[in-house]
Design a protein around this ligand. Structure first.
Ligand SMILES: [Ca+2]
Length: 491
């Protein structure tokens, strides 16, 4: 069986008729929003009228994937166009992006875009090479640190390199700004949305790229079972649901309402037809802050949640809207992932990229075209918490290696989207194809050593001896950044 390598160099043509057609781009990322959390993806308990309308006005993807199953690596894949086996940041430990890492913001800035990040970053702290202003963003407002971003009522946020102090009081605040507030004066999500609306109004006459990385509906893990923090429970207040469930629903509906205001602003400003809006999530739903993902089927029909490489951990809602350019009410099942975002946005901006990318432009799909190169290729994920795990997808086939040295599980997603029946024994040639691909798909990184899962209990059957996966030839492993130190995993 021939293998379509997911390798691609963008050579500078464009899907648009005229370079002047290049759009403003607003890329909205929710945090831990599950595949099943929106009405347009089958959710029955949680009201999301604005996003459901967005789906009706644009394109709804049913098989789009995040870059990873937790925050930081998913965002690293999103920013770099490299999948989780090549991108710099492959887990939630704090390693910053390096000067040589090319981000989507840098690519768009070179095309004349004004670039802004409003929200949560997670790819570099203050003073490091990974700070958003050193990675292509002209403007930054929000959280640098992911633990800080847990806190919906922080004592400060960042504007560019400066702290903006807020009237919240956090008695147990740690050095990163996380904790649980005792005085909840300002909800950070409201500030992020106000900034986003202001930014769009201020840049109505410029080409802009706004990466709006919201923190809803992530939990404030430091507040434990009170972690689903929201100012009010909105339409869910009088229901008999557990508090965390009501708060989770209220967070999503609040975000949805605010995004409705953003769409209204685009229309009022007369830039609706000049603006591409993408809405998605960085990974599957969590089981944190007292929230139970099964309560409202947050993964939809899929298996697993955040931290799983099964579909529920990585398949995410993906809506794309561009009135007048992208046909409304379309549903598309092309499998694609965050690694495709950089080449896609580069394509729409007419940018040329020299160098290796794992992703490909899916912009043709936005306009109803389906190149074979997108239909028959492998998508790749790896994850390092609790031992090295891998997953890949090609056509209907999905494999998961649940631990180093363990046999591949094979699922046919066309007939078994819930990954209930491992059919590896019936399709040895497909398994062999994936075995070969998984060996070539990644490079070694000293920051992310390939390790076996924790030792099995004494009465469990032994695992085969662990072997390190060989590196992919030609592309050298990235050097460890000089200032990076191994630090504990961060959520
Ligand atoms: Ca997340």
């Amino acid at each position: 069986m021939a293998i379509a390598l997911a390798a691609w160099c963008w050579t500078g043509s464009t899907v648009l008729a005229r370079p002047g057609d290049k759009p403003n781009i607003i890329f909205i990322l929710a945090d831990d929003l599950g595949y099943g959390d929106l009405g347009c993806y089958g959710q029955l308990n949680i009201q999301t009228p604005s996003l459901d309308r967005m789906a009706g006005q644009g394109l709804r993807f049913t098989q789009a994937y995040a870059g990873s199953t937790v925050c930081a690596p998913s965002r690293s894949v999103l920013m770099t166009g490299l999948h989780a086996g090549h991108t710099r940041i492959r887990g939630n430990a704090r390693h910053p992006l390096q000067p040589g890492d090319v981000t989507v913001a840098e690519v768009l800035k070179r095309q004349g875009y004004q670039t802004a990040l409003i929200g949560k970053w997670g790819l570099g702290e203050a003073g490091t090479t990974g700070h958003p202003r050193r990675q292509g963003f002209d403007y930054f407002f929000g959280y640098l640190n992911q633990r800080h971003a847990h806190n919906y009522y922080p004592t400060f946020l960042w504007r560019n390199e400066d702290k903006v102090f807020l009237p919240n009081v956090v008695p147990n605040e740690d050095e990163e700004g996380s904790g649980e507030a005792s005085v909840k004066a300002v909800y950070s999500h409201d500030l992020l949305m106000a900034e986003a609306l202001r930014y769009v109004r201020d840049h109505r006459d410029r080409r802009f790229f706004l990466y709006l990385a919201l923190t809803i509906p992530h939990a404030n893990n430091e507040a434990k079972v009170r972690g689903m923090e929201v100012p009010d429970q909105g339409p869910y207040r009088d229901l008999s649901w557990p508090t965390a469930q009501k708060n989770h629903a209220a967070m999503i509906t609040r975000m949805d309402h605010d995004l409705g205001r953003l769409f209204a602003a685009l229309s009022e400003l007369g830039i609706d037809e000049e603006t591409l809006v993408v809405f998605t999530s960085d990974n599957g739903p969590h089981r944190e802050g007292g929230f139970k993902p099964d309560f409202s089927a947050s993964s939809g029909p899929l298996r697993g949640i955040k931290r799983d490489l099964y579909e529920g951990g990585i398949r995410v809602p993906m809506l794309v809207r561009w009135p007048g350019k992208i046909k409304g009410g379309m549903v598309d099942a092309t499998p694609w992932s965050f690694a495709d975002v950089l080449p896609t946005l580069a394509d729409l901006a007419g940018a040329r990229i020299d160098g290796w990318l794992d992703g490909q432009s899916v912009a043709p799909v936005f306009f109803g075209r389906h190149p074979r190169s997108l239909e028959d290729r492998c998508l790749y994920w790896e994850f390092h918490e609790g031992g090295f795990k891998q997953a890949a997808r090609r056509g209907p086939w999905k494999v998961v290696r649940p631990g180093l040295g363990q046999p591949l599980e094979l699922y046919n997603l066309d007939t078994d989207a819930g990954e209930t029946a491992n059919v590896a024994g019936r399709h040895p040639a497909v398994v062999a194809m994936f075995e070969g691909y998984l060996k070539r798909a990644r490079t070694e990184s000293p920051l992310w050593p390939v390790i076996a899962p924790p030792a099995a209990p004494p009465d469990a059957p032994g695992l085969p001896p662990a072997k390190p996966a060989p590196g992919r030839p030609k592309k050298p492993a990235p050097k460890p950044p000089p200032e990076a130190k191994q630090s504990p995993a961060r959520k």
